[in-house]
Write a protein that binds this ligand. Structure first.
Ligand SMILES: Cc1ncc(COP(=O)(O)O)c(C=O)c1O
Length: 382
């Protein structure tokens, strides 16, 4: 076994979830998904595809009609994105891995903005790249980027800058000015940007999408933007995503896709087509429901003495601190075993998240959030 693989940390969220294994009374908010089922037209399209016998291998880069639909969807949000830049992948995480495989050799430096979903930093580590962590920092509970610190960390030696915004777990979202400064800087240093924008639509700032690098980059910039059907279309279990590449890089992505999944299942892609056709009907109401969940949870948390929380501008999570609880893994485990409340420990997202807890507020029954708050209050002796 390669040392890089042996050294990969096991998931801390799983570690907490395992503490509640086999218990049906646990209110679980630890994973990053809604408990709402995928919209019916999407499920019907996939079922029809299966009934029609679409059970065969397909294009490495995805069905041409789905690639066209994704290009149209992205263009509607961000200005023209040509179909010759779009590859369909079996999930956002696969798109991120393929992007990293395209760019990072063993020994290369990858700079990552953290805390972040651990898969993002594990991927370059698997390839033997060196990950330099640039921390967001909380100011009054609101996580912020020190732009000067990030730009100083990205040099001509930096192969890839990895940035996830809206960010899992903090909700931190890049401003347009920060994005422009990062893009300008990476143009100077020759650094690639991998932008994980899977939460772009889960944005509470009023616009249809959080600021995207696609809004400002040219089609020749060293930029790979990753999108996903998981969060915006309630399709986490389908495993469908995409990547937008610079012009001229599609063939390389196609080769790697062949050696990874070969292609996304056709019936899943038919579901993706239906999701995009119904995007207007699905996404805005979903974001409205999520906003209500966020506001309900954050105000409930803020009412608890000793809890520090800020309202996240994007994403599915409240990331918060409880006074005196500095060991997030031990605290999250005790919440499960003693109080039946399932939260993710901040440590799961790197040492920068230690002392914090992540609560996924995407719930079709907002009363579940209230029930969870009652359990947290009980755990705090309130
Ligand atoms: C920041 C981030 N990126 C990417 C993903 C991957 O999404 P998927 O593989 O379901 O498309 C997730 C899922 O939780 C995530 O939180």
């Amino acid at each position: 076994m390669r040392t890089a693989i042996q050294n990969l940390p096991a998931s801390r969220i799983r570690e907490v979830a395992n503490a509640g294994l086999g218990r049906s009374d646990v209110l679980a908010f630890w994973f990053g998904e809604s408990d709402e089922v995928t919209p019916l037209p999407v499920r019907e399209a996939a079922a029809k595809s299966l009934l029609d016998g679409e059970t065969f291998y397909s294009h490495n880069l995805g069905l041409p009609e789905l690639r066209t639909a994704i290009a149209g969807y992205a263009s509607g949000l961000h200005g023209a994105v040509d179909v010759d830049r779009i590859a369909v992948t079996s999930s956002g995480v696969t798109a991120l891995m393929i992007a990293m495989q395209m760019l990072a050799d063993a020994g290369d430096e990858v700079v990552a903005v953290v805390p972040v979903w651990p898969n993002l930093t594990a991927q370059p580590a698997i390839l033997g790249a060196r990950v330099t962590r640039v921390p967001l920092r909380p100011h009054g509970g609101v996580w912020q980027l020190d732009l000067a610190e990030l730009l100083a960390a990205v040099t001509s030696q930096t192969r890839v800058l990895l940035v996830n915004a809206p960010n899992n777990p903090t909700g931190w979202t890049l401003t347009r000015a920060e994005q422009q400064a990062i893009l300008d800087h990476c143009r100077r240093t020759g650094t690639w940007i991998i932008a994980d924008e899977v939460y772009e639509r889960i944005y509470f700032g009023g616009a249809a999408s959080a600021p995207s690098f696609l809004d400002i980059a040219s089609d020749e910039d060293r930029l790979i933007v990753v999108g996903s059907f998981s969060k915006s279309f309630l399709m986490t279990g389908w495993r469908l995503g995409w990547m937008a590449l610079p012009r001229g890089h599609l063939d390389a992505a196609g080769k790697l896709l062949e050696f990874n999944s070969s292609c996304a299942p056709v019936f899943v892609q038919r579901g993706g087509l239906a999701a995009l056709a119904g995007a207007d009907a699905t996404v805005a109401p979903l974001v409205q429901r999520l906003r209500a969940c966020r506001d309900r949870l954050v105000s409930g948390l803020a009412r608890l003495p000793g809890v520090a929380v800020a309202s996240p501008p994007g994403g599915l999570y409240a990331f918060f601190q409880v006074e005196g609880r500095t060991d997030s893994l031990a605290f999250a485990k005790s919440l499960v075993t003693d109080h039946g409340l399932g939260l993710a420990p901040g440590l799961a997202f790197g040492p920068e998240g230690e002392g914090w807890l992540r609560w996924c507020f995407a719930s079709r029954e907002p009363e579940r959030l209230d029930a969870g708050l009652v359990r947290l209050a009980g755990a705090l002796g309130l």
